[in-house]
Design a protein around this ligand. Structure first.
Ligand code: AMP
Ligand code: GLY
Length: 421
């Protein structure tokens, strides 16, 4: 068994705060560092003001701190090769190489991998010209799904009945993927993999639209919950067999093994489970909810994945009950978030079973907590079931005051009601 692990988490958002928090609770972890981190990670780890996009600087920091495991949170550093630089320095890294991160970095690449691996996904066409776009829109018909073929933080996708709006979104992108519309509820299923063995987490659901009732533009995610009482019992097994394992096998076959977190964004359509997208990292805010229930020590788990030892890892252990994460958005998010306002009430007391994960926050020179991004923080509630977890989250977020801020009031509501009936 590994001991006294020194871990460096790369990134500064809510996902990184949640990861650092769970890692810091692992008895085999001696020390947690974050680059650059946020005021939330500062309370549980040591922050270092190093640019997460600077691969050499991250590798140098890991060497200097005598780090045993680097965990790269966001997609942009992965696509930029931060994991490659860390591995080249001889340090274990949880996070795929730049080549493997293309599964998120390029929608066209992901479609190619899925086709080769026989993974079910929507029919799609890669388009470069306005003529190709128009032809593809008419071939698939409404609702139209137009995806920017590059990293867009979940905001590069437009789903619309309006053909003109679809054409306009495509005109703003260099290369787009036009896709068949997938009906049915969405599920996020994450798997930890060392490139060979695949260990799925429990399913979660996130809420991408900004407003209650799934109204308004897509965001990075306004809330999430786990588990999904309405999901089919065999969902995880089915996705493992038909999606996760074949994808990991295909990446290995191509000579670009994927080691890290493979995020399958799924639609449970009337014609079976289909992949909407892959991401190459933990989802945000699903991770905030999932890690509130994961009992398996996270530092050892990610270290096993980073060193090719997952086959020896026992099944993951989960707390009973449920977790719900509700995101506090800054005024104007996602179009034009207002930042720099003082946050009151984040130091509690919160409802039983609730905690705060910080995301877009900063400290001013008087030590006051300020908003510094569109998604400011998440309140995570846990409880015996979804209804109790929602109560904890909503009772707590109501105590936080930030001028102009807002949150969705319906995170996990339908699932809690259907579970309780
Ligand atoms: P993505 O960035 O690919 O996850 O897309 C963001 C969101 O757009 C997804 O979570 C879905 O809500 C929606 N979306 C993407 N692709 C499709 C599709 N083919 N059919 C229906 N909705 C989609
Ligand atoms: N929860 C959506 C994402 O992380 O992309």
């Amino acid at each position: 068994m590994v001991r006294d692990l020194r871990v460096l988490v790369v990134g500064s958002g809510g996902r990184e705060h949640a990861l650092a928090l769970a890692i810091s609770r692992d008895p085999a972890v001696a020390d947690v560092h974050v680059a650059p981190g946020n005021p939330g990670t500062r309370t549980i780890a040591t922050n270092h003001s190093v640019d997460p996009m600077d691969a050499d600087a991250i590798a140098q920091l890991a060497i200097k701190l005598n780090i045993d495991l680097v965990v790269v949170g966001p997609e942009a550093p992965l696509v930029a090769g931060v994991a490659d630089a860390v591995r080249a320095a001889g340090i274990a890294c949880f996070g795929p190489t730049a080549a493997a991160a293309q599964i998120e970095g390029s929608k066209a690449f992901a479609k190619d991998v899925m086709a080769a691996a026989g993974v079910p996904t929507g029919d799609s066409r890669v388009c470069r010209t306005a003529e190709e776009v128009a032809a593809a829109l008419d071939a698939f018909g409404p609702p139209y799904v137009v995806k920017d073929d590059g990293l867009a933080s979940g905001k590069g996708v437009v789903v619309t009945e309006d053909r003109q709006a679809a054409l306009e979104h495509a005109a703003n992108c260099q290369q787009v993927v036009i896709e068949e519309y997938l009906d049915g509820p969405e599920v996020s299923l994450f798997a930890i993999t060392d490139g060979t063995t695949v260990l799925p987490l429990q399913p979660a659901q996130d809420f991408k639209r900004v407003g209650d009732g799934d109204i308004g533009p897509n965001t990075g995610g306004m809330g999430a919950y786990t588990p999904l009482p309405w999901a089919p019992d065999d969902l995880v097994g089915e996705v493992q067999r038909n999606v996760l394992q074949p994808t990991v096998d295909e990446m290995k076959r191509r000579g670009t093994p994927f080691a890290g977190l493979l995020y399958a964004g799924l639609a449970l359509t009337s014609r079976g489970v289909k992949v909407i997208e892959f991401n190459a990292r933990f989802g945000d805010p699903e991770t905030q909810a999932l890690l509130a229930r994961l009992q398996t020590p996270l530092g050892q788990l990610l270290h096993a994945a980073a060193t090719g030892q997952l086959a020896a890892q026992p099944a993951l252990a989960w707390a009973e009950g449920a977790a719900v994460a509700v995101v506090l958005g800054a005024e104007g998010y996602p179009q034009d978030p207002v930042i720099g306002a003082v946050i009151h009430g984040a130091d509690g007391p919160l409802a039983d079973g609730a905690h705060i994960i910080q995301a877009g926050t900063a400290l001013d020179d008087q030590g006051r907590l300020l908003s510094a991004g569109g998604r400011v923080l998440a309140v995570v509630g846990t409880g015996a079931d979804l209804a109790a977890a929602r109560n904890a989250a909503y009772a707590s977020i109501a105590q936080i005051r930030l001028s102009g801020s807002f949150y969705r009031s319906d995170i996990a509501q339908v699932a809690a009601e259907s579970a309780g009936s």
